[in-house]
Design a protein around this ligand. Structure first.
Ligand SMILES: [Zn+2]
Length: 332
């Protein structure tokens, strides 16, 4: 898989331009921004810090998580997701142009992964219930339903128009966020949250919400970005993964372990099966040659032969050094 398969560069750059414009208009007044401690471990010691598009990012000196602080409060962030042009663009044009590629390259493999997890971790007898947090357009729900593994396929989605769209496809949807679930929300045996936790105001509150939705013996699968990844460590503030105010929590592997513990969950498995770090760094350096990296890295990612790059990517994936992280948790 290549970066361009799931996010064509022109389209993604137009999206990033809109994000920058949204930041200028919707966050002109930053007096309401709040200072936070490390969202992973709660530590207050800061290692490195940098600014991007006027937002400050800090690295936790204890667990090396990268996070935006000060950051907009919950209400301001919610308004951003409601009004921003970049969010609309992602939900309409970007989605339309990439929907089929994403279905094939992302959602079908995810659905197969989910069915396999259910087979491995759940009791074989009894009817299992699946729930996706941030159900969006319901593409994953459709693909999970198609596996036939679950008696019920449901979702949690805060945006009213997307929730309605999923309901039209026949899925049961709770219109909320994981943090604002109604007390009577039905629990699920397999929960997923793909690329959600990097966006939320409080990862701890998010995981506690997730825990309230889990059955005893159930599992939850999260994917997100980790600051430990090659592309983030190499490109740092130039990394497209670091884009405020969308990606505000880029925790380290150690940070995720601490966070899971603090939420009262047990870590079943952590892996970084990313395939794109080398491609992403190569593309970014070609686009923007003045970014400073060592000559070794530049040659490795832009000039080495494809087998070398593939082998290096495989090494990153195998050693928790890709920025795409996959986390499986259960109730402690
Ligand atoms: Zn920390």
């Amino acid at each position: 898989m290549k970066e361009s398969d799931i996010r064509p560069q022109d389209l993604f750059n137009r999206y990033l331009d809109l994000v920058r414009r949204d930041n200028e208009t919707l966050f002109a007044d930053r007096t309401g921004f709040i200072d936070i401690e490390c969202p992973a471990c709660g530590g207050s010691q800061i290692g490195r810090r940098f600014e991007k598009d006027g937002f400050e990012y800090r690295e936790c000196a204890d667990c090396f998580s990268l996070y935006q602080s000060p950051r907009p409060d919950e209400a301001t962030l919610a308004r951003f997701y409601h009004e921003a042009e970049s969010v609309k663009f992602w939900g309409t044009e970007f989605y339309r142009q990439t929907a089929e590629a994403r279905r094939e390259k992302l959602f079908k493999p995810r659905a197969r992964d989910i069915a396999a997890l259910a087979n491995r971790h759940l009791n074989a007898t009894g009817e299992a219930r699946f729930c996706d947090i941030g159900a969006g357009y319901g593409t994953l729900l459709e693909e999970v339903a198609a596996t036939g593994r679950f008696a019920a396929v449901t979702g949690v989605e805060p945006a009213p128009n997307l929730a309605a769209l999923c309901r039209d496809k026949g899925f049961e949807i709770i219109e909320a966020t994981a943090e604002t679930l109604p007390a009577n929300a039905p629990r699920a045996d397999v929960l997923t949250a793909f690329e959600v936790i990097e966006h939320v105001p409080s990862p701890l509150a998010f995981l506690k919400g997730l825990k309230r939705l889990m059955t005893n013996g159930g599992i939850a699968l999260l994917t997100t970005l980790t600051a430990d990844g090659f592309d983030i460590q190499t490109l740092w503030q130039h990394s497209k993964a670091v884009h405020p105010p969308h990606h505000i929590n880029l925790l380290s592997v150690a940070g995720y372990r601490r966070l899971i513990e603090r939420a009262g969950l047990a870590c079943v498995e952590i892996a970084t099966p990313g395939k794109l770090d080398v491609d992403i760094v190569g593309n970014t350096l070609k686009e923007n040659p003045e970014i400073e990296v060592t000559p070794f890295i530049r040659r490795l990612v832009t000039e080495s032969d494809p087998e070398t790059r593939e082998a290096f990517q495989a090494f990153l994936a195998d050693h928790l050094l890709s920025s795409h992280i996959r986390i499986l948790v259960s109730i402690d």
